[in-house]
Design a protein around this ligand. Sequence first.
Ligand code: GAP
Length: 519
Amino acid sequence: MASDSKKNKNLMEKISDVAARRGIFFPTAEIYGGTAGFYDWGPIGSLLRRKIIETWRNFFVKSEDNVYEIDGSAILPYGVLKASGHVDHFTDPKVECKKCSKVFRADHLIQEAIGRNVERASVEEMSKIIKDEKIKCPKCEGELSDVKPFPLMFSIGIGAEKAQGFLRPETAQNIFTAFKRVFSTMRGTLPFGLAQTGRVYRNEISPRQGVIRLREFTQMEVEFFVDPRQLNNHPRFNEIKDISIRIFSREAQERGKGSDATEGVVDVTAQEAFDRKLVPNQCVAYYLARETLFYTTLGIPREKLRFRYMMPEETPHYSGGNLDLEVELSLGWKEVIGNAYRTDYDLKSHSKASGQDLSVSPLGEGERVIPHVIEPSFGVERATYCVLEHCYREGDRDWAWFQFPPKIAPIEVIVIPLMRKDKLPEKAKEIYGTLKEEGFDTMYDEKGSVGKIYARADEIGIPYAVTIDYKTLEDGTVTIRDRDTVEQVRAKVGELPLTLRKLIEGEIKFKEAGTPQKR
Ligand code: GAP
């Protein structure tokens, strides 16, 4: 067990190490020592994130019907977050060491000390557990204080009057407050989706685990507004009903003693999940199937995904059922998407607090209803970390590398002259320029031997390398090297953009990209 956790810790350390060395992510303001919970994304990391976000937009906005995007403000006035319940309830349990003053998140401390999941226990219950189990400060063995709720929102004063506001803790609230206007401007009918990607802020007590737990991060959320009578009648359910999803039911968690047990996951089609009531309604089943497709497109194996039905004590009071998508990482199973059937809680709360009628007509006119909401809520940084960890490869060559799916590879193609002489760089730069013009994310490298450049390219997961040699000058062909197999083909320069596009889109196999070359 000890060696397992060491191995796992090493994997996260390795990823963080490569990430810092190759400009993927690194602590914000690291020249000043950094601050826990804040990370900057370098050139490679930014591109990877951008592609993950774009893949998400393709899946959850562009290919859907009646789903639109908004881009809201990251600062929200007090009233919004009071009505949503965040002002009163959005807290984490904090405990402090009476001797060294170190502060901990109490549920995490208890989990680590005695292996019990107490995520939704009250602060009083946690205080009692700490006393009964004689849990001490992990740093200095000092006595711990009582557990207190700690507000997670960053409070700010707006303007000279310092009107109270907050940095938004989720993107969802902009959507609820904008719903009425956007429904009407888009001449909406139900079901109707509003999506948003953007930064959110949470003053986490003691963030650890790198980019998994941050104080500033990016969410991609959809609020899917449905006529409550149509929750089991998603218009496109037929298209995904046969997709298999892996569900960790409440019963299986109880049998297996809690959320960390890995046995008891059932693999069922979306239709079966709905028929067997493993999900709150059909609209939720629709999203679970789409999320499975999304995450496998990012290169995460299906068997590393599970939807955990949150236990009643973990489920927020407003929710009619939550299923978290969890991905198995070296750190254990981590939540990457929160799926909540939020009922009509949010629209009703905002309607009451603002005095505005937020009911709409499902068909655009006639009778009115307050829609119910299905919310899939994704974290970009967690998705990006999952991709990094699951695409990380070592042991098969002299360097570690990333096997990113070509569609989300930060750099798609690198262009290399075989020699830095005899007009090879000029030709290589010309080809590089053409690929840029054609819209590829591309890179030019002539520093060092071709072998070294291939290794550097593998390290940042570039799927294809184009090498320009003397034959190129004679017959207008280049070699393309495939990152995954290290095989090479010879292809015509004139056909390069189309060939590379087909390779990246997965429309052709590598050996169909040109004439195979002996190595
Ligand atoms: N609107 C619902 C909502 O915000 P959540 O479960 O609190 O739900 C959704 O957050 C997703 O945001 C999570 O599944 C996770 O991917 C990401 N997330 C939450 N807290 C995070 C943190 N401190 N650091 C990084 N990502 C986080």
